[in-house]
Design a protein around this ligand. Structure first.
Ligand code: ADP
Ligand code: MG
Length: 366
């Protein structure tokens, strides 16, 4: 599994953080190498490992400690999905909120939801709309991830874009004097936090583990969003692999070595796409055009470290920032990461790899 291919050659072209050229390609997805070394029996810690399914994706949990908290994590993630985030769940907070906002109401949000909504809106503003949490209607029109993906007519896209635009969201009470924060939206616009759901899942997992003295370390992967928590037995850093966007599943361009708590998300054009008339259409939309984004990048991995990255929700941010940077492309993406104090690895369509300064020493290319 995940073997280096001997014919792979990376050449450093220039250093901003580090700019490298990749020839030939191995590829894969974002995954973690967390296997405990055999024979480390001096600790009383055990390794608990479980794979489940939540938020329409695979949930992979490895916990090093004396107690297995994987069931608790799974339950809390499922609850966040069904009670708050799911668009399809007729009584979820987001569903009811959209319904009531469409009738012109200003709607009170729960504390958790308002935190996520504000962080998403703020990312939309800071990214100049490259990340837009009102894009749901456009996504459903294209249906890239669904049963019948299709290139819509230009007129259909134009019509749906009338209901896309984060500027139509208004959140009141950003400095709440008690009382809940409230949201309203222009008619027709809907809020969808699905694009940051997996990152939110990692934030929730981090909160659960944060209070547990009997956990030494963990890796929680919610689809392409990963939390590394605490330390690994043996003291090695965590390794998170970056898939080669041009390679097959299981082929990687390298690994990021991370110490302690970090949130890592990847957005790539190889994840979900369909082909029509020989052209590839992927799942990340450019909200300024209504079509799949056509920036210079094919994969963006973002690392947010609590305390270093600005904001209360580093998981949400790593997830949203990877989407935003994917749309913005290398140069503007880099600038946005800097603004947030986040780090990243951006791979462009010519296989140039750009790494932010703070991550340059942690990236190992194959
Ligand atoms: P990724 O992390 O690869 O972007 P996710 O599954 O986390 O994948 O999010 C994909 C979803 O994000 C899409 O299904 C779509 O609803 C939404 N999305 C696509 N483009 C954008 C965008 N520019 N801004 C916000 N959300 C988007
Ligand atoms: Mg995402």
């Amino acid at each position: 599994m995940r073997r280096k291919e001997k014919n792979k050659k990376w050449k450093v072209l220039a250093a901003w953080g580090l700019l490298v050229f990749l020839t030939g390609c191995a590829g894969g997805g974002l995954s973690s190498k967390t296997r405990q070394e055999p024979g480390s029996s001096t600790t009383k810690e055990e390794r608990f490992s479980k794979t489940d399914f939540v938020m329409d994706t695979v949930l992979q949990m490895t916990i090093y400690g004396r107690t297995d908290y994987s069931d608790e994590i799974k339950e809390k993630l499922s609850a966040a999905e069904t009670e708050e985030l799911s668009w399809r769940q007729a009584d979820s907070e987001v569903f009811l909120l959209n319904q009531r906002c469409s009738e012109g109401e200003t709607v009170e949000m729960t504390e958790a939801f308002s935190g996520w909504a504000e962080a998403s809106l703020s990312l939309a503003q800071k990214s100049g709309g490259a990340f837009d949490p009102t894009i749901g209607n456009l996504t459903r029109l294209w249906d890239v991830e669904g049963e019948n993906p299709t290139v819509p007519d230009k007129s259909e896209i134009q019509a749906v874009m009338e209901s896309v635009g984060y500027e139509a969201i208004n959140i009141e009470g950003e400095q709440p004097q008690g009382g809940r924060r409230r949201i309203s939206m222009k008619d027709g616009v809907t809020l969808d936090l699905g694009a940051v759901g997996k990152g939110i899942g990692c934030d929730i997992a981090g909160e659960i583990l944060g209070g547990k003295r009997d956990v030494q370390g963990a890796v929680i992967a919610v689809g392409g969003s990963i939390l590394t928590y605490g330390s690994k037995p043996g003291g090695e850093p965590w390794s998170v692999a970056i898939r080669d966007p041009e390679g097959a599943e299981g082929e990687y361009v390298g690994v990021i070595k991370l110490e302690g708590n970090a949130f890592v998300s990847t957005s790539g054009d190889y994840e979900k796409f369909f082909v029509e008339d020989g052209k590839k259409y992927h799942h990340i939309m450019d909200p300024s055009t209504g079509y799949p984004s056509e920036s210079d990048v094919s994969s963006v991995t973002v690392v947010c470290v609590p305390g270093k990255t600005k904001g209360k929700y580093p998981g949400l941010l790593s997830d949203g920032l990877s989407t935003a940077c994917f749309v913005l492309g290398t140069e503007k993406g880099k600038a946005l990461l800097e603004e947030y104090g986040a780090e990243g690895v951006l791979i462009d369509k010519e296989n140039n790899v750009t790494v932010t300064d703070g991550l340059a020493g942690s990236l190992e290319l194959f």
